[in-house]
Design a protein around this ligand. Structure first.
Ligand code: UD1
Length: 370
């Protein structure tokens, strides 16, 4: 069976390609090798057994060729910087929205050809996670914290009655409230795929990835996520810069568990036309990540709590993975300690350029870090 992986040269896509090849699938990659991620070069990790087409997802003719004889499509191609999406809006909308539109339009020309479409969605579409009011027991879906509250360094999310809310696992039922152009475009990708899939009877699954980490993260790209950013800084002997107070939490999921969910989504019919969280269900604070990484590298570098905050940032979001367990038979396998150890072993041999300072200045001049 032939499988197309868009974005198959990237961090998550390339791990997925390796796993598919190992399972005996014939794999074709469509990837434009975005300069910011790949420096315009074919990455060393690109699987030699995969067929590689270097082209833009918005190039309909290239997409048409890439889809020839393909029965399964994994749509992983996307621009992924949340902060950057707020000033390079056209670039993000083009790659993520228009790119998905081009792919789907080409697929609708021969819908019967496709047995499955699996699209990479994101926890970013939730905005804030789900919470409970400890006084009333009520489940609350708050919107973003106010500027006034953040300016006063009151970081936790409050209910209307002034009670500090307790984070609880976020299920797929939570109303969506994307807070960046990136997040809106991820919501679009998910919904375009599910809507077109349903209409044309192409079984479609959207996987909502939580905070993914692992080898092959683009370390020199300051927009990749906190694990890669902190690792790159520590390796260059610099302090990780922590926004807010460092007690904000996320669900850090190892890339191999993301791959596991993608393989299961291909096999399981129960998952068709569903959006499913992929995380671990375990919250970890940003401060803990900084400490674990510094310890792992044997560096005595304390993070710097800058007390500033990023526009559109959420406080807590951790996956409720009940649905993934039920529909996919998914069970996260890699513990954070183990996964970070592997990340660090790999990072030691990398020579990451630290572009975080420049990126932060970029965000500050636009008033996106305050
Ligand atoms: C966002 C997206 C997510 C995407 C991820 C990586 C949202 C809600 N989610 O996640 O879909 O996969 O980016 O692109 O938009 N932090 C620091 N110092 C830093 C960098 C980050 O303290 O140098 C903090 C942030 O303020 C945040 C946390 O670390 O509180 C996590 O940030 P990040 O890794 O960028 O991911 P998210 O914003 O959670």
């Amino acid at each position: 069976m032939k499988v197309l992986v868009t974005g198959g040269a990237g961090f998550i896509g390339s791990h997925l390609v390796d796993a598919l090849i190992e399972k005996g699938y014939q794999v074709r990659i469509l990837d434009s090798l975005v300069e910011q991620v790949h420096g315009g070069k074919i990455p060393d990790h690109l699987n030699k057994e995969a067929e590689f087409i270097r082209a833009d997802i918005c190039d309909a003719e290239a997409v048409r060729k890439a889809l020839e004889d393909v029965e399964v499509v994994y749509h992983q191609a996307a621009e992924v910087g949340v902060g950057q999406s707020m000033y390079e809006i056209v670039r993000y909308v083009k790659a993520n929205d228009l790119g998905t539109a081009v792919l789907l339009e080409e697929m609708t020309k021969k819908p019967a050809q496709f047995k499955k479409l699996i699209v990479a969605s994101s926890m970013s579409i939730y905005g804030e996670g789900a919470y409970r009011n400890p006084k009333t027991g009520e489940i609350v879906y708050p919107q973003l914290r106010t500027d006034e509250q953040l300016a006063n360094h009151q970081w936790e999310v409050m209910d209307k009655d002034g009670t500090e809310l307790e984070p609880i696992p976020t299920s797929e039922e939570k109303p969506l409230f994307p807070t960046s152009v990136y997040a809106v475009s991820k919501q679009d990708q998910e919904q375009y795929c599910l809507a077109v899939g349903r209409a044309y009877k192409i079984p479609t699954v959207a996987l909502r990835y939580f905070n993914v980490y692992g080898t092959r993260q683009a370390l020199s790209n300051p927009y990749t996520g906190v694990c890669a950013i902190f690792s790159a800084r520590l390796l260059n002997g610099q302090k990780p810069l922590i926004f807010e107070d460092g007690n904000q939490t996320r669900d850090f999921v190892h890339v191999s568990d993301i791959v596991q969910a993608n393989l299961l989504a291909l096999e399981k019919e129960e998952a068709n036309y569903q959006a499913i969280n992929v995380g671990t269900g375990i919250p970890t604070s940003v401060k803990e990540i900084a400490q674990m990484l510094a310890k792992g590298l044997g560096k005595d570098i304390e993070p710097e709590i800058v007390g500033k905050y990023r526009e559109g940032d959420i406080r807590h979001c951790v996956a409720d993975i009940t649905k993934a367990r039920k529909l996919l038979g998914y069970e996260p396998k890699v513990r954070l300690e183990e996964g970070l150890r592997e990340l660090l072993d790999w990072i030691k041999d990398q020579k990451p350029e630290d572009r975080v300072a420049t990126a932060t200045v970029e965000l500050m001049t636009r008033n996106l870090v305050k």
